[in-house]
Design a protein around this ligand. Structure first.
Ligand code: UDP
Ligand code: MG
Length: 308
C-alpha cells in the first residue's frame, strides 16, 4: 500500500482547525493509502497548538511540528515536505479554502496521467476581494514574462507531489523558498487539476497586502534576473541619448544654433530624471544584494521547538 502525507501549515487557525481535521479525516479514511496528517504549527499565538495536541492524542496518524516562533507560510510548508516520509504528499491550507474532498480526484488524476505533480488550478475563487483577484492575475502574468521557468496561472501551493519531487525538493539549498515556483522548476510530469476555491471557512487571511507583496517580490527576485537586464538596457538607452544630445549641443555651440543662456528647464529635467533612474537601478541591485546577504548567512529556514 502506498503512503500519503497531508501537509497542513497552521498559523492562528483555532477557529477552523478542528473542522479542517475532521474533513480531512473523513476524506482519507475512504482512501486505500496509508495516510498521515502533518500539522505545522507556525508559532500560533492562539489556541491552535492545544487543539492540535488534543487531536494528536486521540489519533495515531497525526503528527505536529511545532515551530519556535512564526516563520511564515513557505517555511512551514518546507518543514512539512522535509519531514514527510511517505510516497506522496498533499500540501493544503488549514482554512478549508482548498477543499480536502478533491484529494481522491487528485490521486486519481495522478495515477491516470502517470504524473509526478498534480497542481490545483482555481476555476473560481469565492470570498476574495476584487483587488486580490486582479493583483494575483496581473502578477502571475508578469512573472511568466520575466522568469526563466513558467508558472501555471491561478495556482497556489495546493498540490499533490510524489516521491521524486519530495526527494529533489529536499535537496534544494536555497533558504528563501518560493515553493510553487521551485516545484515547477524541478520539472517531471506536472498536470493541472481544476477546482472551485472556496471562501475562508472562518478566521481571517494571514496574507495582507504587505505579505502578498513580499511573496511576489521573492518570486520575482529568486526566479528572474531580468530586472538587472532591464536596468542595463535603461543605462544603455541613456548613454545613446546622451551622446546624441552632447553632439547636438557641441555643434550647436560651434555653429551658433543653440542659445546657452536659456535651457535651465531642460537641465533640471535631465538632472532629476537621470537621478531618479540611477536610484531606481541601484535599488534593483540592492534587492539582489539583499537576497545574497540572506542566503550567505545560511540560517535555517525554521526552528522546531517540538515534534509531537
Ligand atoms: N500560514 C502559516 N504561517 C503564516 C501565515 C499563514 O502557516 O505566517 C498558513 C495559514 O494558517 C493557512 C495558509 O498558510 O493555512 C494560507 O494562509 P491564508 O489562508 O491566510 O492565506 P490566503 O489564503 O488568504 O492567501
Ligand atoms: Mg486562505
Amino acid at each position: 500500500m502506498k503512503s500519503l502525507s497531508i501537509i497542513v501549515p497552521c498559523y492562528n487557525e483555532e477557529q477552523v482547525i478542528q473542522q479542517t481535521y475532521e474533513r480531512i479525516k473523513s476524506v482519507i479514511s475512504s482512501l486505500s493509502y496509508e495516510t498521515f496528517i502533518l500539522f505545522i504549527n507556525d508559532g500560533s499565538k492562539d489556541n491552535t497548538l492545544n487543539i492540535l495536541k488534543d487531536i494528536a492524542s486521540k489519533d495515531q496518524c497525526v503528527k505536529i511540528i511545532n515551530f519556535s516562533r512564526n516563520f511564515g507560510h513557505q517555511p512551514a510548508v518546507t518543514a512539512g515536505i522535509n519531514h514527510c516520509q511517505t510516497d506522496l504528499a498533499v500540501i493544503i491550507d488549514a482554512d478549508l479554502q482548498d477543499p480536502p474532498e478533491v484529494i481522491p480526484d487528485m490521486l486519481e488524476t495522478m495515477e491516470r496521467e502517470k504524473a509526478n505533480v498534480v497542481y490545483c488550478v482555481r476555476k473560481t475563487r469565492a470570498g476574495e476581494s476584487k483587488f486580490k483577484l486582479w493583483s494575483a492575475k496581473t502578477f502571475y502574468r508578469m512573472l511568466n514574462r520575466l522568469s526563466e521557468v513558467k508558472f501555471p496561472i491561478d495556482t497556489g501551493d495546493f498540490r499533490l507531489i510524489d516521491s521524486n519531487i519530495i526527494r529533489e525538493f529536499n535537496q534544494l539549498k536555497e533558504k528563501g523558498k518560493y515553493i510553487r515556483g521551485l516545484i515547477s522548476w524541478v520539472g517531471f510530469k506536472q498536470v493541472p487539476f481544476y477546482y472551485e476555491r472556496e471562501a475562508r471557512f472562518a478566521g481571517e487571511t494571514k496574507y495582507p497586502l504587505k505579505r502578498m507583496v513580499a511573496l511576489a517580490s521573492k518570486a520575482l527576485l529568486y526566479f528572474s534576473k531580468k530586472p538587472l537586464l532591464m536596468a542595463t538596457s535603461l543605462g544603455f538607452i541613456a548613454v545613446v541619448v546622451g551622446i546624441i544630445l552632447a553632439l547636438w549641443f557641441v555643434f550647436g555651440k560651434i555653429f551658433g544654433y543653440t542659445n546657452a543662456e536659456s535651457g535651465f528647464t531642460a537641465l533640471m529635467i535631465t538632472v532629476i530624471f537621470f537621478g531618479g533612474i540611477q536610484l531606481l537601478t541601484i535599488g534593483v541591485l540592492g534587492q539582489y544584494i539583499g537576497i545574497l546577504f540572506d542566503e550567505v548567512k545560511e540560517r535555517p529556514e525554521y526552528i522546531i521547538e517540538t515534534i509531537i
